[in-house]
Design a protein around this ligand. Structure first.
Ligand SMILES: [Ca+2]
Length: 348
């Protein structure tokens, strides 16, 4: 991280600039501001107890104000409407695995080819998967968010719906500063994800890596660092080299779906996993009459579950353990399917 501390004076200038209150501030916001400032003091003490330097706490906290906008955005999230019907996947696929994203993905693939090859050789994570994650998260670095992260995370923690998560991520931003990340780099999405891979601060601390050898894990501006960090995430989450993520299949109409229904509940995002069937080997799926639509069968002993995102009679997918690694990155079937399909298109 050498060199980054030199930019700290820029960070302090930026921190001072965010003190200016929003012109729309009314009495309710003013009250929130007072509560927020009191809560910040508590967060600061907690941060120091967890090993953050007093210097960092004193340089960041006095610049922060409550951001009602991020709380508003958080309240619009679909998980606040758990009983809403699940929409069809096909329209989502058309807008997320579209010609523009495929073309840009192929350009990024060509541009970074030698580096991607090297990372794949070292980690076993396919080049196309790294590119597809980058494409889905930030449209290859084009859209990375412009919310001040400590301000956004402290506001979400103060609001309280997911306080443990957001207070932990807030403290992780302070630890990033202690590690030498310049204050002004701490900009990202309203919910705290940032840089090309859209890592949360705690994920950055654990898994971001320097890919271009300059000593800094600069996932905001270095494509090499971004791709290396994504591969490191996948390795850490258990990606198995040499196995596909999954593939499209046709399923005989006669297959009795009740006999393949999963009998266990996933502790993590159960609504996403409950749509998957039991695990079976490729040989077992073949015996049930399932047929790949655009590739040969992988090895017989690889296990997969079946997902029919748009119901029987439409495109279905057999999904391996590597699909679960994509879900670990972002727990949504639509996200994981479209990452896999974009990866297939990029390397075609
Ligand atoms: Ca670097």
């Amino acid at each position: 991280m050498r060199g980054w501390r030199n930019f700290s004076s820029w960070g302090l200038a930026l921190a001072a600039a965010v003190v200016v209150a929003s012109p729309a501030a009314g009495p309710a916001v003013a009250q929130d501001e007072q509560g927020f400032q009191a809560y910040l003091q508590q967060l600061g003490r907690q941060a120091v107890a967890e090993g953050v330097s007093q210097w960092t706490v004193d340089s960041v906290l006095p610049g922060l104000t409550y951001n009602p906008r991020v709380v508003e955005l958080d309240r619009q999230q679909p998980e606040s409407r758990p009983n809403a019907p699940i929409p069809a996947f096909e329209p989502y696929r058309r807008t997320h695995v579209d010609a523009a994203r495929i073309t840009r993905g192929r350009e990024a693939y060509q541009r970074q080819r030698w580096r991607l090859e090297k990372i794949e050789r070292e980690t076993g994570v396919p080049e196309s998967i790294m590119v597809a994650i980058w494409g889905h998260e930030t449209n290859y670095g084009r859209v990375m968010g412009n919310f001040d992260l400590p301000r956004a995370l402290a506001s979400l923690a103060y609001e309280g719906r997911r306080r443990a998560l957001f207070s932990g991520e807030f403290i992780a931003t302070l630890k990033m500063i202690d590690r030498g990340v310049p204050r002004e780099k701490l900009v990202g999405s309203w919910a705290g994800a940032f840089g090309g891979p859209q890592f949360l601060p705690s994920v950055y601390l654990r898994l971001a890596r320097d890919g271009d050898g300059d000593g800094m894990a600069d996932i905001w501006t270095s494509e090499a660092d971004t791709l290396t960090s994504i591969a490191n995430y996948f390795t850490n989450a258990g990606w198995r080299p040499g196995q596909p993520w999954g593939f499209a299949v046709s399923v005989p109409a006669s297959l009795d779906r009740s006999t393949i229904r999963a009998r266990t509940t996933s502790p993590r995002c159960p609504r996403v996993h409950e749509r998957h069937s039991q695990w079976k080997t490729m040989a077992e799926w073949r015996a049930l009459g399932v047929v790949p639509t655009n590739r040969a069968w992988p090895a017989d002993n690889i296990q997969a579950s079946l997902l029919e995102p748009d119901g029987p009679g439409k495109t279905a997918y057999l999904l391996t353990g590597n699909y679960r690694v994509i879900l670990d990155y972002n727990c949504s079937n639509f996200y994981a399917l479209s990452v896999g399909l974009l990866a297939d298109e990029v390397e075609r």
